[in-house]
Every structure is written in C-alpha cells, then in structure tokens.
Design a protein around this ligand. Structure first.
Ligand SMILES: Nc1ncnc2c1ncn2[C@@H]1O[C@H](COP(=O)(O)OP(=O)(O)OP(=O)(O)O)[C@@H](O)[C@H]1O
Ligand SMILES: [Mg+2]
Length: 316
C-alpha cells in the first residue's frame, strides 16, 4: 500500500503520540494499514482515547493508505528491479534464482555448525558490493542474539572479496540483543539507521533462540507467538518499505511425528513458516562441505546445492 505524504507512520495520525503509538504497537496494530482496518472501539479500548478521537485516527489512516491495483506486466517490471545478494557460491545463487532476494525474508535453518552464521557473514560482506556485481551497494544491520558475530571472519571474507576490511566492518551495525525485548526493539527502532546508513540487509542470527529460552513450556506459547508474529511482520514491512533483504537463521528440533526421512524441523511454528519468503535447510556433509536445500520459494523449484565453508567464505 502506498502512503500519502504527511502521514507515513502511525505516530503521524491525529491524537497519537509516542505513548499511544507504543500501546497500539504492543497490540499488534503497528502499521497504518492495520489501523485503517481496525474498529474505533478497539482502538479506544487499547489506548484509552475517546471513541470520537479513535474514529478520527482510523479515518486519517484510511485516507493515508491507498491500495495499488497493478497489472501482471507492471508487477513483472517491478520484480525485474528487485536486487539479489550473491551467497558466494554460484550453485546456491542458481537455485535461489540469482541470490538472496531483497524485499523478502530468507530463512536458513539447520543444526549447530551447519553454516547459518557463516552465510550471514558472507552476505554481510557481499551486500556491500556494487549492484550487478553480487551486491546491493548497501550496508548491514546485524542483530546478534547469540553473541556469535565474529569481526575476524568478516575481515577474512572481505579481504578475499577484494574489499577494505576496515571499511566493510564500519558498514556493519551490530546490535547485541540479550533479551527478546531488545531484539524486537532493535527492529522497531531501525528506521532512522536504515535511512541514514542505506542499510540493504538485516541479519537476525538467530530469530528464535531468545524467544525459546524466555517462553518455555506450552503455557507461554500463545504470548510468545503473538510477539513473534508482530516482530516478523515488522521485519517484512521494513523489507517492503526500504527494498532490503532480511536474512534470518533458525534452530531445529527433532520432530518425532516424522517417521520416515529426516525428522529435522525448524522451530517457531507456522508463524515463521508462513512469514519466510524463502526457506533453506542447511546440513553438514563431509569436511567443509554443506548441503543446502531450497525447501520453500514462491518462484523456484525445490533443489539442492553443495557449498563449502572456507577461510575465504562461502564457495562452490
Ligand atoms: N575460519 C574458518 N575457516 C573455515 N571454516 C570455518 C571458519 N570458521 C568457521 N568455519 C566453519 O563454520 C562452522 C560453524 O558454522 P556456523 O557458525 O555458521 O554454524 P551455525 O549453523 O551458525 O551454528 P549454530 O546453530 O551453533 O549457530 C565451523 O564448524 C567450521 O566448519
Ligand atoms: Mg550460528
């Protein structure tokens, strides 16, 4: 949905200040589209605003959001301009249809040491390459939830790509999140940095670890999934708004319901499964070899690529 000038975010709506905006966001009403389709009485309940003022806010949101109707050919033209980030391995780029796509969420799941973080490092370097040379000429927001960001690795990968390691590291903004609240906030407050620094890749490594440890057991699952849902939608909306790529890593569990074949299942349930535009499953093979399976993609068939993790980064 395209937005009219003036009202660009929910904070710009009449009667909605920062505190009220926080309340709305906490309830999942975090975009103009959502407010536009909300019932004024609910807005009033959530925020404590009068019914009359809630109605004004909803009307203003309706005016600010305009639905775009496009022909298939117009969509096709637009999609041609969507950027791709090279993974460093041509076989993997190929099954992805050119690389990790901007405007969407790419998820990689797999066991420990399968190479999820390594691919995140490689993409953080490659996105800085010029457009058409495997990059998007942009910088990186790296949300590190496990304390596994390694500047030394970035340095080696950057050198191998013929880039100045210091400059490459300066172009990666790292947020070390120790709680899921910090993780959510890092994304919620990203707009300014994205614009100022021309961020074209957001890495969340990993998406679920903090959510999993903070919300153990079945009882907390509903609350966790609600928070996770709004977090992921926020990521997708950043991807749409700024034409950037989102790369998330995910943990796996053994699913005892799968009797035949590989029982490895990504965590996070349907919310993550539906939100990821492209899903990849990475697993260890012999030595430095890794097998990457394209599990889900809106436009590419299921396929596998074999890659290597080397000192210089991801290679064929
Ligand atoms: N400098 C290096 N040179 C070559 N290979 C490396 C180097 N550093 C790490 N690796 C390889 O990468 C592996 C670790 O991969 P990575 O950290 O991406 O795993 P992961 O999937 O993120 O795991 P986790 O779930 O634990 O976060 C190591 O086991 C090693 O095989
Ligand atoms: Mg990792």
């Amino acid at each position: 949905m395209a937005k009219e000038k003036g009202v660009k975010s929910i904070e710009d709506l009449p009667g909605i200040g920062p505190t009220t905006a926080e309340k709305l966001k906490a309830a999942g009403l975090d975009t103009l589209d959502r407010i536009a389709t909300a019932v004024p009485a609910d807005i009033s309940d959530i925020t404590g605003m009068s019914l009359e003022n809630s109605k004004k806010a909803v009307d203003a949101a309706k005016t600010a959001t305009t639905l775009e109707f496009s022909t298939g050919s117009e969509v096709y033209e637009k999609r041609k301009n969507i950027g791709k980030i090279s993974t460093g391995a041509s076989s993997l780029d190929e099954i992805l249809g050119g690389g990790v796509e901007a405007n969407g969420i790419t998820e990689v799941y797999g066991k420990f040491a399968s190479g999820k973080s390594q691919l995140g490092f490689q993409l953080s370097v490659n996105v800085q390459l010029p457009a058409g040379k495997g990059g998007l000429d942009g910088t990186v927001l790296f949300i590190d939830t496990e304390g596994t960001f390694r500047p030394e690795r970035i340095e080696s990968i950057a050198k191998a790509a013929g880039l100045d390691p210091k400059q490459v590291l300066d172009n990666i903004i790292v947020v070390r999140a120790s709680t899921s609240d910090q993780q959510v906030l890092a994304v919620e407050r990203a707009d300014k940095t994205i614009k100022e620094r021309n961020i074209k890749l957001i890495v969340v490594d990993s998406l679920m670890s903090l959510f999993r440890s903070e919300y153990p057991g079945r009882g907390a699952l509903g609350e966790r999934q609600q928070k996770l849902n709004s977090h992921i939608h926020r990521l997708q909306s950043l991807a749409d708004t700024y034409g950037l790529a989102i790369y998330i890593t995910n943990q796996v569990m053994d699913n005892p319901a799968i009797l035949f074949g590989d029982p490895t299942t990504p965590v996070g349930g349907n919310i993550v499964a539906h939100a990821a535009t492209t899903r990849l499953y990475m697993r260890k093979s012999k030595e430095e070899k890794r097998i990457v399976r394209l599990v889900d993609s809106p436009g590419m068939p299921e396929a596998e690529a074999v890659i290597k993790i080397t000192t210089s980064g991801i290679r064929d």
